[in-house]
Design a protein around this ligand. Structure first.
Ligand code: 5GP
Length: 207
């Protein structure tokens, strides 16, 4: 008789006896995905995975809270050290998820939300980690229209005209990947979006 692969249920699940859900959220810049993930964190539903990035820090952003802001050299050093679960160039800057900010938490039963782009999402889907494969749930947040996306992006006033142009140009390319996600949310009000994202998370917790 052939050896059976152990079921993921028998993987180390710490004291809680369950694995956490990995909620991977993508969508074009201005879709509202970051605020949604942060709202889930603020409500105590998830731990938010804090990414590393080489992009400049926006006014009001805190190192270690919104991102770990790294120089190109430090980012590259962490790539070489194998610290990243995934990393990608997005809108001309580097972004990456630290393995340490995800795996141990999932194994101890904590639900984790990741706000990452479509390339990062594909890398996480393709990774061989048995825990991630078991608990990954992916959601794409779509703007109701490109006009609305442009309005939201210019309304938040965090990007220069040049940066906004890059983000809008990339939005169409990102939207083409929406079909790869298990769940899609067409953004409405902030409350509606939040309820729907929470619904996906709750379904994954029991499923
Ligand atoms: P922003 O500069 O607006 O904070 O983020 C720009 C884009 O980078 C967003 O699409 C966001 O989802 C993505 N992003 C943020 N963190 C990561 C990460 O760790 N990995 C990848 N691949 N993308 C990320």
């Amino acid at each position: 008789m052939g050896r059976r692969e152990p079921s993921a249920i028998f993987l180390n699940t710490g004291m809680s006896g369950r694995l956490g859900v990995l909620l991977l959220v993508s969508g074009p810049s201005g879709s509202g995905k970051t605020s949604l993930c942060q709202a889930l964190r603020d409500a105590g539903e998830v731990v938010y995975s804090i990414s590393c990035t080489t992009r400049r820090r926006r006014e009001g952003e805190l190192d270690g809270e919104h991102y770990h802001f790294l120089s190109e050299e430090d980012f590259e050093r962490r790539v070489s050290a194998g610290d990243f679960l995934e990393h990608a160039v997005v809108h001309g800057n580097r972004y990456g998820t630290l393995k340490g900010s995800v795996l141990e938490r999932l194994e101890s039963g904590t639900d984790v939300a990741m706000d990452i782009d479509v390339q990062g999402a594909a890398l996480v889907r393709g990774c061989e980690d048995a825990v991630i494969q078991r608990v990954l749930v992916d959601v794409f947040v779509m703007p109701p229209s490109m006009e609305e996306l442009e309005k939201r992006l210019s309304g938040r006033g965090t990007e220069s005209a040049g940066e906004m142009e890059v983000r809008l140009a990339n939005a169409a390319a990102e939207m083409a990947h929406a079909e790869e996600y298990g769940h899609r949310i067409v953004s409405g009000t902030r409350e509606e979006d939040y309820e729907r994202l929470l619904g996906v998370l709750e379904e994954a917790r029991v499923g």
